[in-house]
Write a protein that binds this ligand. Structure first.
Ligand code: SF4
Length: 202
């Protein structure tokens, strides 16, 4: 793939607008809104998570909730400026189960990942990063398919078309760890992101 001579922020904005009308799977029915990717249109690093969480669904922006806080700290620790990257999700609508007033995260199914893949592919085709980071198993499945495993394959550059992919844990995994394991989990996330940072000379 050749990178466009100029980053085309307008094309990404058009994509985001089109995605707001998407009805390709049923997840749009219960979610508040489409949460499209955002960030630098010429980013050398694209980070892909699973799906928006509760806070992201309400605010309409990716990685602005608790997991986003972990990601921000991990990027800073890895020497990566979030302003220079593009962040998105494999699935653009929040899948959840309603329990009373609470909306409990539900993992997106294969059918949702596949239905939403064209949006992710278009984002990558537009931004054309050097490295795409898969944050967790859903992003791995969306980008690389089922032969890769997060804990087995994390932290190494994997050829992915004419760019590289790098697998690491989703930041929310750090939050789900027992308190005594969180520092180690966070350190592992930072170590993986540092490999991506070094690869792009960040
Ligand atoms: S989750 Fe993706 S494919 Fe499904 S409706 Fe939302 S934008 Fe469309």
């Amino acid at each position: 793939m050749d990178r466009p001579t100029q980053p085309d922020a307008g094309a990404l904005t058009q994509l985001a607008s089109a995605a707001r009308e998407c009805t390709a799977c049923e997840l749009y029915k219960d979610a508040t809104q489409t949460v499209f990717g955002e960030g630098a249109p010429d980013a050398r690093l694209v980070l892909v998570g699973e799906q928006p969480g509760d806070a992201e669904d309400v605010q309409g922006r990716p990685f602005v909730g608790p997991a986003g806080g972990v990601l921000d700290r991990a990027l800073t620790a890895a020497g990566i400026d979030r302003e220079t990257v593009y962040v998105t999700n494999a699935v653009k609508h929040f899948r959840f189960v309603q329990r009373g007033k609470r909306r409990i995260h539900a993992k997106p199914g294969r059918e949702h990942i596949e239905a939403c893949h064209p949006w992710l592919a278009k984002e990558l085709a537009q931004v054309r990063p050097e490295i795409v980071v898969a944050l967790g198993a859903t992003a791995v499945q969306a980008l690389l398919g089922s032969k890769y495993r997060v804990m087995r394959d994390r932290g190494a550059l994997i050829p992915f078309g004419d760019l590289d992919a790098l697998i690491t844990i989703h930041p929310s995994a750090v939050l789900r760890m027992p308190p005594e394991d969180r520092d180690k989990g966070f350190g592992g996330l930072v170590a993986d992101l540092t490999i991506a940072a070094q690869a792009i000379g960040s």
